[in-house]
Design a protein around this ligand. Sequence first.
Ligand code: NAD
Length: 251
Amino acid sequence: MKRALITAGASGIGFAMGEAFAQVGFDVWVTDVDATALPRCPSNWTTRQVDASDDVQMRRLFEEIAAAGGVDVVCANAGIAGPTARVEDVVWEDWKACVDVTLGSAFLCAKYAAPLMKASGSGAIVLTSSTAGVFGYPNRAPYAAAKWGVIGLMKTLAMELGPFGIRANAICPGAVEGPRMEGVLQREADAKGMTRDAVYDGYASGTSMRTFVTAQDIANMAVFLASDGAQRVSGQVISVDGHTENPDPKP
Ligand code: NAD
């Protein structure tokens, strides 16, 4: 049975990835920093409380995975939004925290997955970036920079690891329906004296398809990128975003 590891998988996109990989027969391992969220994972998944940006915890996790027989697919999915502030107001500590989790966690996945995948002669690494990493994101400089960094990391992994039969690709989700975006919509609606629906429509109007996407949309792409159907796809940035037409709509 093939094994997939998903970081930050107790909720949101990572959870949908866990469900999608389970559905196609993978042995699913999910980690999350939030121990209280892990029990909602199905009992046949292996769950571990791990801060994906902590080197020691990640090294131990991969030691356990190695002892269990290795890993075929790693979804480096952890990322935090970081501060919402103009660049001149971003506090250095907040910059570092956002980049550590959003980019550092992806690096740690790659660092510890590479030797295991090299030993087996195959593997797929799927990194969650963001449309913010392609277009930028006003008032989210640390997040956008870290997600751009995820793409640079992915391109390098594809070059370094391709000769060993290992592929790396990045998915760029647009705005994903769910608790994270609901918070953003509500905060923005409150700040601008608008309704939540008006703010939603403003964001959606930035896409050709006038839509947000779902966690399931992202999970479907992760499963495809990890599959034999994508066996010659590597080093690619795949947007799943309803086609971003205007990256900075003004709701
Ligand atoms: P989320 O905010 O719903 O959080 C998912 C999980 O991440 C939570 O269970 C949380 O406990 C966990 N987590 C946070 N920090 C962690 C850490 N240091 N180590 C391990 N787990 C940690 O996230 P989401 O919306 O599902 O986003 C998942 C990924 O997709 C992130 O990288 C995010 O930046 C990216 N993304 C999200 C959106 C969106 O609109 N939601 C859009 C583009 C990209």
